[in-house]
Write a protein that binds this ligand. Structure first.
Ligand SMILES: [Zn+2]
Length: 153
């Protein structure tokens, strides 16, 4: 399958759709496709820190993110806890105007339950910039973009 980066919301069918939890065996393939997509000309060189499946036209609940300088697969992730308190941030997105940053409000930390690449469901807490990346990617899976502003209070 040929994957391409969907941009500028012109294909709302993907970017504005909620992604669906699917069995690990299928989702693992999607995680692999996402890692391959990181090599696309439209993505490589933009120093990406995350990529969600609907950014490349897939609809599985999967994203990959660069945490501590290493790429991790997040399969069927669920937000299971947050700091309550928020921080303000400015975010860019591969799927939006590359020269633009959007003001967001994000939780200081989040706790996420997800299946790792071995298929084990694990729970992990992320803070700082990692927490921002995770929330940005979780938003994608819910059909939201950073231009929507993040945490809604
Ligand atoms: Zn994005």
């Amino acid at each position: 399958m040929k994957l391409k980066l969907y941009k500028n919301e012109h294909d709302r069918k993907y970017l504005r759709s909620e992604c669906i939890e699917k069995p690990f065996i299928d989702s693992k393939i999607v995680a692999h496709q996402l890692r391959n997509s990181l090599l696309l000309d439209t993505i490589r060189g933009k120093n990406p820190v995350g990529l969600a499946s609907n950014q490349v036209g897939l609809n599985s609940r999967v994203f990959v993110a660069k945490i501590n300088n290493q790429w991790h697969d997040f399969i069927n992730p669920r937000l299971v806890g947050n700091s309550g308190s928020t921080v303000r941030f400015r975010e860019g997105c591969l799927s939006l105007n590359p020269n633009k940053e959007f003001k967001t409000k994000r939780y200081e930390w989040v706790k996420v339950s997800y299946e790792n690449k071995k298929g084990d469901r694990v729970e992990r807490k992320f803070k700082g910039f990692d927490a921002i990346i995770i929330q940005h990617e979780l938003d994608h899976l819910n059909g939201l973009l950073c231009k929507d502003g993040g945490v809604n209070e």
